[in-house]
Each structure stands twice: as structure tokens, then as C-alpha cells.
Design a protein around this ligand. Structure first.
Ligand code: FPP
Length: 249
């Protein structure tokens, strides 16, 4: 049986998040500039979007640029920004045709007004779509997300609109950049690094983690299917006992 047929037989995650890592090392291994690795990272982005849409996954979150990435050399940041903008622009019509909704999460105010406008164009043009939601994390970090939520909430408490006793996990989550999106059931990280690296810290409380040595430019649809198959063979207990889970407690 093919990998996709096997995947279709099991329960699918609603939300998959991916830390796309290893572009720089991949390029250096070929004696190329790091930015070449980023440009080769576009093919797997397309593959995981198409693969997720075909399976009927509802949300796919891709970590494209972290808060910490702002400290990379200016030349690499600029190359990455123009690659992101040009890729999102060229893929826009495909996203519209395939009913894909684009969302951006992160501290977008740090981008120049031109880049911000170009990035938001895709968000506006796909806002009415109801198929797969692709969330691109840009200038994002989990601690930034938690801090901006705390700032909103502290302001509401100061203004008397909210009392500390009313603050619940659900209400907190509604102030995160991912508001309205369920937590990911599966987080994939490529390139052999075994860390969360300040990604969706609050949202990954119960997420199954999958690490693969494959470098991001080499990642293909079958690698996505393998990660989902691995997830399907795990038991998610949320702190309960195995017996409770099996009896649907
Ligand atoms: C990590 O590799 C990857 C990035 C910082 C950028 C990811 C961006 C893309 C794949 C471009 C296309 C994306 C979209 C959403 C259109 P690294 O540079 O940290 O690699 P290294 O760990 O080997 O140095």
C-alpha cells in the first residue's frame, strides 16, 4: 500500500506545524551560499501545502522567520525577505484556485511598510477561502506571542474590562497570534535538531514532536506522510492513563 493510502486509513491531525530547518547547511554542503538553500526550500513548502490540502488537513503552520533570525547578516535577511514576498506573490493565484487561506503570525510591525503591504496582499486576497489555512510564522517567537497576549490582557485588567479571576486558558489563547486556530497535534522539525527553538510554546503543550535528519530542501510529500504515520501510531493521553484513553474516558 502506498504511503498516502496508509495515512488515509488513520486519524489525521487537524493542525500540523513545521520548523523548516537546515537550508543553510544544505547549501554549504553543495559549496553554495546559504541563500541558495532558502530558495531550494520553496519546493518542499509547495509539497507540504499541496500534500496537506490533498489529505484534508485544516491548518498548516510553517516557521519561516524567527524573532532571533533578525540577528542574521543583513544580506541573508534581505534575500530571505525578497524570497518570501516573491514566493507568496507567485503562489497567490494557486492559493486562490485551491481555496487556501493565508494567515501570517508574528511581529509584523518590524517589517518595512513595503514588505508588510506585499505580505498582507495575500492575506486579504485569500481571507474568504475555506479550505486549508496556511499560517506562516514571520518574525515570530513563542515568547513574543505570550508577551503580546499578556500586554493586551494587562491593559484590559488596568481598564477594568477584565478581572484577574475571569482569566482562563481559553481566554488567554484568544489573545495569542494563533487565536481561533486549534493547537497543533503534530510538530515536525527537520535537520536533526531536537529543540522547539521558541516556536509555538503555549500551543505545543500536548503536541506530538517528530524529528527527522532530512534537511528542509530535501523534504518531500512522502516525508510528510511518514511523519503523519508516525503520529498515527502514538497514543495521545493528555495526562490520563492508557486504560482511560482506550475506554474513551
Ligand atoms: C532554516 O534554515 C530556514 C529558514 C530560516 C527559512 C525558511 C524559509 C524558506 C524555506 C523560504 C520559503 C518559505 C515560504 C513560507 C515561502 P537555516 O538557515 O537555519 O539552516 P541551518 O540551520 O542549516 O543554518
Amino acid at each position: 500500500m502506498s504511503l498516502i493510502e496508509q495515512v488515509k486509513q488513520g486519524r489525521l491531525p487537524r493542525h500540523i506545524a513545521i520548523i523548516m530547518d537546515g537550508n543553510g547547511r544544505w547549501a554549504q554542503m553543495q559549496g553554495q551560499e546559504r541563500t541558495f538553500g532558502h530558495s531550494q526550500g520553496v519546493t518542499p513548502v509547495r509539497e507540504v501545502i499541496e500534500g496537506s490540502a490533498e489529505l484534508g488537513i485544516s491548518y498548516l503552520t510553517l516557521y519561516a522567520f524567527s524573532t532571533e533570525n533578525w540577528s542574521r547578516p543583513r544580506k541573508e535577511i534581505d534575500a530571505l525577505m525578497s524570497l518570501l514576498v516573491s514566493t507568496l506573490n507567485t503562489e497567490l493565484s494557486t492559493m486562490v484556485e485551491n481555496n487556501i487561506r493565508l494567515r501570517l503570525i508574528g511581529d509584523l510591525e518590524r517589517f518595512s511598510p513595503d514588505i508588510y503591504r506585499d505580505l498582507m496582499e495575500g492575506v486579504h486576497r485569500t481571507a474568504g477561502n475555506s479550505g486549508l489555512t496556511v499560517q506562516i510564522a514571520l518574525s515570530y517567537s513563542g515568547r513574543w506571542d505570550i508577551m503580546q497576549a499578556v500586554r493586551h490582557i494587562a491593559g484590559q485588567v488596568r481598564d477594568g474590562a477584565l478581572s484577574p479571576a475571569e482569566l482562563t486558558e481559553d481566554l488567554f489563547a484568544r489573545h495569542l497570534a494563533t487565536a481561533g486556530v486549534p493547537d497543533p497535534e503534530l510538530l515536525i522539525r527537520t535537520s536533526g535538531e531536537v529543540r522547539i527553538s521558541n516556536f509555538l510554546l503555549w500551543q505545543c503543550a500536548y503536541t506530538e514532536l517528530y524529528f527527522t535528519p532530512t534537511l528542509w530542501p530535501d523534504f518531500r510529500r512522502d516525508d510528510l506522510y511518514r511523519a503523519i504515520l508516525d503520529y498515527q501510531h502514538r497514543e495521545r493521553r493528555f495526562g490520563k492513563t492508557s486504560a482511560q484513553v482506550q475506554q474513551n474516558f
